[in-house]
Design a protein around this ligand. Structure first.
Ligand SMILES: N[C@@H](CCC(=O)N[C@@H](CS)C(=O)NCC(=O)O)C(=O)O
Length: 204
């Protein structure tokens, strides 16, 4: 199995975290970040299914789209649900986190107009993030209080961990006791902890 992404965490890290937690054997293939040198990516881009990364190659078959890759790795390595309902509960959490992630990237990374950027960041910090964490804290309580779905560790918990770990303000989750406990539980899983300590450094 080969996971190709930039030498960044961003949209490649969810699959890496899942593969690490699963103890899977995979190649962590990294292309130089376009922020550092765009040439390697310009050469590679046309060979990808959608002109974007990440791409996972398993048994000669390429799969694109970060959350599809993450879901596939979870299903393959026992971090998905055991029935349609459990999978839907995991997908719901992941979709809610993905929606907020897009808003975070727009506000903190992509927007070039300074006034618009400030407005988007304010909205993210004051509305998007508190509303999401409030909803997820409630969901977590409704679902047994320990894991986001199915009363077991799943890829939804790992995506939550990744989202919270990459927030501009890492303190916010501390205001949500159940989410914070789950965040720390994932952070302290030996395989996750070990990966986070030894993974290549990158800005995002
Ligand atoms: N919906 C896609 C978005 C992928 C995406 O935007 N990838 C970015 C890096 S995070 C990319 O490949 N950018 C380079 C480009 O579009 O040329 C996913 O989740 O995988």
């Amino acid at each position: 199995m080969k996971l190709t992404y930039f030498n960044l965490r961003a949209r490649g890290e969810p699959a890496r975290l899942i593969l690490e937690q699963a103890g899977a054997e995979y190649e962590d293939h990294r292309i130089e970040s376009p922020f550092v040198d765009v040439a390697p990516w310009v050469a590679y881009k046309p060979s990808t299914p959608y002109g974007q990364l990440p791409v996972l190659c398993d048994d000669g078959v390429e799969i694109a789209q970060s959350m599809t890759i993450a879901r596939y790795c979870a299903a393959k390595y026992g971090l998905a649900g055991s029935n349609a309902l459990e999978n839907a509960q995991m997908d719901e959490v992941v979709d809610a986190l993905s929606e907020a992630t897009e808003k975070q990237y727009n506000a903190f990374l992509f927007e070039k107009d300074e006034a618009k950027k400030a407005e988007l960041q304010k909205k993210f910090n004051e509305e998007v993030l508190p509303n999401l964490f409030k909803a997820l804290e409630k969901r977590l309580g409704e679902r047994g209080g320990e894991y986001m779905a199915a009363n077991k560790l799943s890829w939804a918990d790992i995506i939550l961990y990744h989202f919270a770990a990459e927030l501009p303000d890492k303190e916010v989750i501390k205001g949500y006791s159940k989410l914070d406990a789950l965040f720390n539980k994932v952070a302290n899983l030996p395989k996750i902890k070990s990966w986070v300590e030894r993974r290549p450094a990158s800005a995002v």
